[in-house]
Ligand binder design. Structure first.
Ligand SMILES: [Fe+2]
Length: 568
C-alpha cells in the first residue's frame, strides 16, 4: 500500500509510506529555499514519487493532516467540483490567502505543476493533532499502551490533546482549545524578545539558562493558561492575533506579546526567557504527569512543536516518572505529512508491527556523477579521496571547520551527519570561531554534539538512546572542560548519539577523530547559511562553502579546500 502524506501550511511537506515504512519525507523549504514555506509542496510531492519511481496512479491514499479542505488542495490535485467528496467542515484561514487562480472553475497556470490523481486514489483527512500523535506512536517501536501527548500553538482548533495508544490504535482522551495553548504562550515570549513566532522559540530556550528565575518568578502570571491535575483551571484569552504571508512563509503577531515586551524592558531579556521556560515546564508537568498516573503507565510518546523544546524533554526524562520516552524528532508541522500517512496506513492495517524509528535520512541524495558534474561546471578544483572519513577526522583534529555532505538529506530541523558543519568541540573558543566565520548566530546559542553511541555513558548523565538531538542531557562533570564548545551555560548538551549501523560514514569520522584526540564527540551544526533552510543540493553546498569561512567541503568523496588558493 502506497500512501502520500501532504501537509500544506507552516512548514509544508510531503512524505511517502510504502507498506508501512517511511521511504521519503521532505519539507518544501529545502527545494525552494524559503524557510518555513507555507505554500504548495509541489517539489516535495514530485520528489516523493520520483524517489520510488511512482506516478500518482500508483498512490492508494493521499493523507492530508487537516480536517479542513483548503482551496490549495483542489488546485494542487487539479480537482474539479464533485470529482472528490471532501469532508469539509469550514474554510479556514488560508481562504484569506486565496488568489484569483484558485477560484473554482479556473485552471492552474500551465507553468505550475499539478498532480492528476489516480482513478482509485482515495483522499483522507487526518486531524492535525491526530497526525502529530500518529508520528510519535507509529514510530515508537511498540504497540504497548502509552500516553501520547501532542502540544503546539493551535492546529485544527486544538492546542493540546492527550491520547491513549494501544494495540495499534489511537484513542482520544482529552483535548484543549486555543485558550489552553502553551505553545502560543511560549511564542509570545519569543516575539516579545524580538524573534518570530514559529521560528525563534529555540533561541528563547537557549537564552533561558542565563536568567535568574528567582528574581522574576511570577511576573508572567497574567499571560498563560493554568493547569492543575491534568485539567485546565484557568484559560487564557490570547486576544487578537494577526498573520500574513511574508515571502512565502506565514508570520504571526499576537497582541499579548506587546505586554510581555514591557516586562522585557523592565526585567531584562534573560530573565523573561528564563521565566518563560520555567512556566512552560511547570504547566506541561501539570498536564503530563497526572495523565500518566490516571492511565497507570510510564510509557510516554510526544509530538507537536512544543516538544522541540529539548529542555522540557530533559526535565520530563530526568523526573524519573517516565520509563520510556519517545519524541518524534520532526515534532513541528513539517512532521505532519509523515504522521497523516502513517495514520492512514495503520487505519487500514491495524495489526502491522510498529517499527522503531532508527533514522531520518529520507530526503534527496545525489550521485557521485551529479556531484562531479556540479564541480566541473563551475570550474572548481577538487580531489577525490577514498578514505574521506580519516581525512575529515584529521582536518577536525587540526581545528578546521568542515562541511560534510553525504547521501540522503535529513528530515526535520536537525542536521544528523549528512548535511552538517563539523568542528572539534575540544577548544572553548571554537563556538565563537564557527559563529564569526560561518553561522553568524547569537553568541549565547549553544552548538550540539554528535558522539559515538558506544561512548554515551562517558558524556551524559542519565543517558538513553538519543539519535536525533531532541532531548538535552546534563554533561558529566569530568567531561565538561574536555568538550567545552558544546556544553551550554547550564552544563547541558543536546546530543546525537551515532550508531554505526545507522550512519557508518559519520560514525567512522567521529571514531577516527577520537583516536586522534581522545574525544569521541564532535560539534555538529546544520549545513546552511544563517536564516536559510538546511542545504539540499550540492550546488547549495558549494555556494555556502565559498560564501562563508568554511575551511573544507567534503562532497561525497570529493574534497574542496581553500588552502593554496591565492595565499589564503
Ligand atoms: Fe502542529
Amino acid at each position: 500500500m502506497k500512501i502520500l502524506g501532504v501537509h500544506i501550511g507552516h512548514d509544508s511537506s510531503a512524505a511517502l509510506i510504502v507498506d508501512g515504512r517511511i521511504v521519503a519525507d521532505v519539507a518544501e523549504e529545502r527545494f525552494n529555499r524559503i524557510k518555513h514555506y507555507c505554500g504548495l509542496p509541489i517539489r516535495s510531492i514530485d520528489y516523493c514519487l520520483r524517489s520510488e519511481n511512482l506516478t500518482m496512479d500508483d498512490i492508494d491514499i493521499i493523507a492530508i493532516p487537516s480536517i479542513f479542505t483548503i482551496p490549495d488542495l483542489n488546485f494542487l490535485f487539479n480537482l474539479k467540483g464533485s470529482r472528490r467528496e471532501f469532508k469539509t467542515r469550514k474554510r479556514q484561514m488560508l481562504d484569506a490567502l486565496d488568489t484569483i487562480w484558485k477560484k473554482p472553475g479556473l485552471k492552474p497556470p500551465l507553468y505550475i505543476k499539478t498532480f492528476e490523481i489516480g482513478r482509485n486514489t482515495e483522499i483522507v483527512h487526518v486531524e492535525h493533532h491526530l497526525a502529530h500523535a500518529a508520528s510519535a506512536y507509529y514510530t515508537s517501536g511498540n504497540a504497548d499502551k502509552q500516553l501520547i501527548v501532542t502540544m503546539d500553538g493551535v492546529g485544527d482548533g486544538k492546542s493540546i490533546v492527550l491520547w491513549r495508544g494501544e494495540k495499534g490504535k489511537i484513542e482520544r482522551l482529552k483535548d484543549f482549545s486555543g485558550s489552553a495553548s502553551l505553545g502560543w504562550f511560549y511564542s509570545n515570549v519569543t516575539e516579545a524578545l524580538g524573534w518570530w513566532h514559529g521560528d525563534g522559540e529555540g533561541k528563547t530556550m537557549g537564552l533561558a539558562p542565563y536568567g535568574d528565575i528567582q528574581k522574576v518568578k511570577g511576573v508572567l502570571d497574567a499571560y498563560y493558561p493554568k493547569f492543575s491535575n491534568g485539567e485546565l483551571i484557568e484559560p487564557h484569552d490570547f486576544g487578537r492575533n494577526y498573520f500574513w504571508n511574508e515571502n512565502g512563509a506565514i508570520q504571526w503577531h499576537f497582541e499579548g506579546a506587546n505586554e510581555i515586551k514591557k516586562l522585557v524592558s523592565k526585567h531584562g531579556r534573560e530573565q523573561i526567557a528564563a521565566e518563560g521556560q520555567r512556566v512552560l515546564e511547570e504547566q506541561a508537568f501539570e498536564i503530563i504527569f497526572p495523565w500518566l498516573e490516571k492511565e497507570k503507565i510510564k510509557n510516554l510518546s510526544c509530538a507537536g512543536g512544543v516538544f522541540l523544546n529539548v529542555k522540557l524533554n530533559q526535565r520530563i526524562w530526568d523526573s524519573g516518572r517516565v520509563e520510556r520516552h519517545i519524541i518524534y524528532p520532526n515534532a513541528g508541522d513539517s512532521g505532519l505529512a509523515v504522521g497523516a500517512a502513517l495514520y492512514a496506513y495503520y487505519s487500514n492495517n491495524p495489526h502491522t508491527q510498529i517499527y522503531n524509528l532508527d533514522n531520518l535520512y529520507w530526503g534527496p541524495e545525489y550521485s557521485e556523477k551529479e556531484m562531479e558534474e556540479c564541480l566541473k561546471l563551475r570550474n572548481i578544483s577538487y580531489e577525490r579521496i577514498d578514505d574521506v572519513e580519516a581525512f575529515t577526522a584529521r582536518q577536525l583534529a587540526d581545528n578546521k571547520i568542515v562541511a560534510w555532505f553525504q547521501e540522503r538529506m535529513e528530515s526535520g530541523p536537525r542536521a544528523l551527519g549528512n548535511r552538517s558543519i563539523l568542528m572539534s568541540a575540544n577548544n572553548p573558543e571554537n563556538k565563537d570561531i564557527i559563529n564569526a566565520r560561518v553561522k553568524f548566530r547569537e553568541p549565547f546559542r549553544p552548538f550540539c554534539p554528535s558522539l559515538l553511541w558506544e561512548k554515551q555513558e562517558e558524556y551524559l548523565e542519565n543517558p538513553r538512546d538519543e539519535f536525533f538531538m531532541i532531548t538535552s542531557f546534563t554533561c558529566k562533570e569530568a567531561r565538561r572542560k574536555k568538550v567545552p564548545a558544546v556544553v551550554h551555560a547550564d552544563a547541558t548538551l543536546r546530543p546525537q548519539t551515532v550508531k554505526k549501523e545507522f550512519n557508518k560514514r559519520f560514525w567512522n569520522v567521529i571514531d577516527e577523530f577520537g583516536k586522534l584526540t581522545g574525544e569521541y564527540l564532535i560539534l555538529n551544526t546544520s549545513f546552511n547559511i544563517m536564516g536559510e533552510p538546511i542545504i539540499n543540493h550540492p550546488r547549495e553546498a558549494i555556494r555556502c562553502f565559498y560564501d562563508t569561512g568554511l575551511d573544507c567541503l567534503i562532497l561525497g568523496n570529493f574534497v574542496l579546500t581553500k588552502e593554496n588558493k591565492g595565499g589564503e
